[in-house]
Design a protein around this ligand. Structure first.
Ligand code: NAD
Ligand code: ZN
Length: 354
C-alpha cells in the first residue's frame, strides 16, 4: 500500500474582515515586481472593487466565469500578463468562486511552465513551481481553496491540472465576502460541499482523516441549510474547507462522475450539475438524497428538469465517456469490481432521468 503524501495550503487566515489584511500579507511578497489580481467580474460595478489593495504597478484582470474555465482562456490570461511586463509578477491573487480561484491557480502555474494549459491536464505533469498564489473565495462550497487541482475544460476533456504546485500558498477566508451571493447560487455551490461529504463518507476509500473532516463539514452544512443562523456564512466557509480536506484524502463518487459528463456536454456549472445528478441517486446515497431534498425545500430552491431527454445519441455517448473515464470515483463509490456494476447502459438510464 502506498500512502499519499498530501500537500496542504501553507497559510490560512480566517475571520470576518480579515480581507483587510491582504495588503499587509502581500507586502511580504513584493520584491520590486508587481501583483496580478484576478477578480470575478461580478464585482466590476460593486463597492467591493475599491477594497482591493492594488498598487499603481499592479495588474487587475477582471475574469468572466459565465463558462467554466477553459484551457484556452487560461492561455489568453497568461498572454495578457506577459504582455503587461517582461518580468514575472511576485504573486497572483484570485478573488471569486471556484472558477476564479481555479483560473488564478492555472495562471500562476502557466507563467512558469511553457506551452498551453492543455498540455498539463492530468496528474503531476507540471515541471516548475508556480508563482506565489493566493485564493480568496467569495462563494463557498467547492473546496477549490484547498485542493491540489485546477479544473479546466480543454478541447478533449474536462480534467484538472493536478499537482502539488497547484495548491495555494495562502488563502483568505473572510465570511463577509460571501454575504451577497444569491440564494440559488449559494445553495448549488453549498451542495457541492454537502455532496463531497456524502460521497467521501459513503466511499470505500474512507479513512479516519477523511471521515473526521467529512463528518464535521456535513454537520456544518446541515446547520447552514436546515437551521440557518447569523453565523451561517462562517460555517459555510469552514464547511467548504473541511469538505475539501475530506475528499483530498479520499475521493468523490457517482454524483461527481455523472456531473462531469453533464457539464462537459451541456455546459452546466459544477454545483448545479451535481444537484441535478444527486437528486436521482437515492439508490446509492439514500440518506444523503433525502436530506438534500429537505434542504432544497427549506431553501425554496428548484432544479432544472428534462435536460437530457431530447439529446442526440452522440452527445449521450460522449457524456457516458466523460463519466466513465473517472475510474477512481467509481471505484471509491462501488468498490474494485465497479465495472461489473456500472455499465454504459446503466449510466445511460441514469442520465435519461435527468
Ligand atoms: P463559480 O465560480 O463558477 O461562480 C458561479 C457564479 O457566482 C458566477 O456567476 C459568479 O460570478 C458568481 N459569484 C461568485 N461570487 C459571488 C458573490 N460573492 N456574489 C454574487 N455572485 C458571485 O461557482 P463555484 O460553484 O464556486 O465554482 C464552480 C467551479 O469550481 C467550476 O468551474 C468547477 O469546475 C470548479 N471546481 C473546482 C474544484 C477544485 O478543487 N479546484 C472543486 C470543485 C469545483
Ligand atoms: Zn465538487
Amino acid at each position: 500500500m502506498k500512502f499519499r503524501n498530501f500537500k496542504v495550503v501553507s497559510q490560512v487566515i480566517f475571520g470576518r474582515g480579515c480581507f483587510n489584511q491582504l495588503d499587509e500579507m502581500l507586502s511580504h511578497q513584493r520584491k520590486n515586481g508587481f501583483m496580478v489580481f484576478l477578480v470575478d467580474d461580478v464585482f466590476m460595478n460593486h463597492a467591493f472593487r475599491h477594497r482591493i489593495p492594488r498598487h499603481s504597478e499592479d495588474m487587475l484582470l477582471w475574469v468572466n466565469v459565465t463558462d467554466e474555465p477553459k484551457t484556452r482562456y487560461v492561455d489568453n490570461l497568461v498572454r495578457q500578463v506577459k504582455d503587461f511586463s517582461a518580468r514575472l509578477p511576485d504573486g497572483v491573487i484570485g478573488i471569486g468562486g471556484g472558477s476564479t480561484m481555479d483560473l488564478a491557480k492555472a495562471v500562476s502555474l502557466m507563467l512558469t511552465n511553457t506551452g498551453s494549459a492543455t498540455d498539463y491536464q492530468g496528474w503531476d505533469l507540471i515541471q516548475n513551481p508556480a508563482i506565489y498564489h493566493i485564493g480568496i473565495p467569495t462563494l463557498s462550497g467547492t473546496g477549490a481553496e484547498v485542493s491540489r487541482t485546477t479544473v479546466l475544460t480543454g478541447p478533449e476533456k474536462k480534467l484538472g491540472i493536478n499537482s502539488d504546485y497547484t495548491v495555494f500558498d495562502q488563502i483568505v477566508l473572510d465570511p463577509e465576502l460571501i454575504a451577497g451571493v444569491p440564494t440559488d447560487q449559494r445553495f448549488y455551490t453549498g451542495m457541492d460541499c454537502y455532496i463531497h461529504c456524502v460521497e467521501s463518507l459513503c466511499g470505500t476509500y474512507l479513512n479516519t482523516f477523511s471521515q473526521s473532516y467529512g463528518e464535521k463539514a456535513m454537520a456544518l452544512c446541515q446547520d447552514v441549510f436546515l437551521s440557518p443562523g447569523t453565523d451561517s456564512d462562517d460555517k459555510l466557509m469552514i464547511a467548504s474547507y473541511f469538505g475539501g480536506m475530506s475528499i483530498a484524502y479520499s475521493q468523490v463518487g457517482v454524483c461527481h462522475a455523472l456531473s462531469y459528463g453533464l457539464s462537459f456536454v451541456l455546459g452546466l456549472h459544477h454545483g448545479i450539475g451535481n444537484c441535478v445528478a444527486f437528486d436521482y441517486l437515492e439508490e446509492f446515497y439514500p440518506d444523503g438524497v433525502m436530506e438534500f431534498r429537505r434542504m432544497m425545500a427549506k431553501q425554496g430552491v428548484s432544479l432544472p428538469r428534462n435536460l437530457v431527454s431530447g439529446m442526440e445519441n452522440h452527445s449521450m455517448e460522449k457524456m457516458i465517456d466523460v463519466a466513465l473515464v473517472l475510474e477512481p470515483l467509481w471505484e471509491n463509490a462501488l468498490g474494485k469490481d465497479w465495472k461489473t456494476v456500472m455499465t454504459r447502459e446503466r449510466i445511460r438510464q441514469l442520465y435519461l432521468r435527468m
